[in-house]
Design a protein around this ligand. Structure first.
Ligand SMILES: Nc1nc2c(c(=O)[nH]1)N[C@H]1C(S)=C(S)[C@@H](COP(=O)(O)O)O[C@H]1N2
Ligand SMILES: [Mo]
Length: 414
């Protein structure tokens, strides 16, 4: 932190030019800012659309998809606009979507959850019955392991939304999976649970009992309202910190067994080929990752040299974020960023760094270390491990190139 930083002198007034001077002259005479038209008339009444929406000036803050990645719209993915993500909670209408077989429309009256297999008392629950169990609310991110997949061979998409937007973070409300398994009564040899969705894809993933009894939530609430159809209405499984795909949406069945099922989703998908031709199965945990969300390709530096607050998001599927370091020179030197709490486990964490930009080109990066001591790797380190370009788990350090005119580009350092 520099001396200027400690005194809190950002000197932005001068940088903003004439408007700022005029405003401060008015401030000196004690006069209020001028009355604008909207200050002199009656405002609009209660919204005629009873479900509120953002200001019309925010109409570009939307999910987007990459046409060449999603040639059809029913087996699809859309990306969260992280460049406009304020804080750690993703608004429900902006939460990224991923469908293997489209989005079903489920009447909650017809909803049933079956808990079967190696249990003493199989259960078939309606939504009302499910919601009578003791519930919890927890804030967790969900990230698709294919987030950043396009960037393995080279910097391809000049966009924060498309390089990092297959992540969202919400407050999930529901019953702990351990509560339901306890109710059904586990048999001594029950060590795995197969979670299955009721969509056309019947997405199914085997989960080890230790995770099921730890922090998984059978959730019906998302940021204070019912889970959105896009996120699995009426019920999804939340498996904190693990790959997006195990967070089964439109959850239909929890089958308890003794061994993993090795489903199609666990062989043709979500397992990665190693250099020796063998494949790495069950890479569940999303390792620590971070990215600078301002500046970024969508949000350049518009005011010339001077003070800018760099901000961004960091997360780890292994627990809490411990620290984030910022580099302004492509990874040669690092400076500690400030974590802007709350710092929660398996949850987005906001970080900031006060930067007096000298107007020269810069290569800015963030690098997270989580509470286990894991340090976010460079893309070079990842390539060395795989020996080829894989599909999943690109959690490498992102470099944004800042040019003298304030433009920001996605680049990859070789
Ligand atoms: N039933 C079902 N669950 C599913 C999927 C699916 O296609 N069907 N997609 C998975 C994948 S690949 C991801 S990344 C996450 C995405 O969650 P979201 O759409 O709520 O962002 O849901 C997972 N759960
Ligand atoms: Mo995914």
């Amino acid at each position: 932190m520099s001396k200027t930083d400690r005194r809190g002198l950002f000197r932005l007034g001068a940088a903003f030019g004439a408007t700022a001077v005029a405003t401060s002259a008015r401030a000196a005479t004690g006069a209020p800012p001028s009355d604008d038209p909207w200050s002199n008339s009656l405002g609009a009444g209660v919204d005629s659309r009873p479900y509120g929406r953002p200001s019309r000036f925010e109409k570009n803050v939307i999910r987007r998809y990459v046409p060449w990645l999603s040639p059809t719209t029913d087996a699809d993915a859309s990306f969260t606009p992280l460049q406009d993500h304020h804080g750690i909670i993703t608004p429900n209408g902006l939460f990224f979507e991923r469908y293997h077989s489209g989005r079903p429309s489920i009447n909650p009256k017809d909803y049933r959850l079956m808990i079967s297999g190696r249990v003493k008392r199989p259960l078939l629950l309606t939504l009302d019955q499910l919601m009578r169990y003791p519930s919890v609310s927890r804030i967790h991110f969900i990230e698709c392991p294919a987030n950043g997949a396009t960037e393995w061979p080279a910097a391809q998409l000049n966009s924060l939304q498309f390089t990092h937007g297959m992540i969202g973070c919400a407050e999930w409300t529901g019953v702990r999976l351990s509560t339901l398994l306890d109710e059904a009564g586990l048999l001594p040899d029950s060590r795995w649970v197969l979670a299955t969705g009721s969509d056309g894809a019947h997405m199914d993933r085997s989960l080890p009992m230790v995770k099921c009894l730890d922090d998984c939530i059978v959730a019906w609430g998302q940021n204070g309202e019912a889970i959105r159809p896009e996120q699995g209405y009426p019920v999804r499984l939340v498996v904190p910190g693990w790959q997006g795909n195990v967070n089964v949406k439109w959850l239909r069945q929890l089958q308890v067994g003794t061994e993993p099922w090795i489903t199609r989703e666990e062989t043709s998908e979500y397992s990665e080929l190693l250099g020796d031709g063998k494949s790495l199965g069950f890479t569940w945990v999303m390792n620590a990752k971070s990215v600078i969300t301002f500046p970024c390709p969508e949000k350049k530096l518009t005011g010339g040299p001077g003070f800018y607050q760099i901000h961004g998001l960091a997360w780890s599927g292994n627990g809490r974020v411990k620290e984030v370091d910022i580099s302004l020179d492509g990874g040669v030197n690092y400076h500690r960023a400030t974590l802007d709490g709350p710092v929660l486990s398996r949850c987005l964490t906001r970080f900031t760094y006060n930067w007096w930009w000298d107007g020269k080109p810069a290569l800015i990066q963030s690098r997270v270390t989580d509470e286990t001591g894991y340090v976010q790797p460079t893309i070079r380190q990842k390539h060395k491990f795989w020996g080829h370009d894989p599909v999943y788990e690109n959690n490498s350090i992102q470099t944004w190139q800042v040019l003298a005119d304030g433009t920001v580009n996605n680049v990859q350092l070789s």
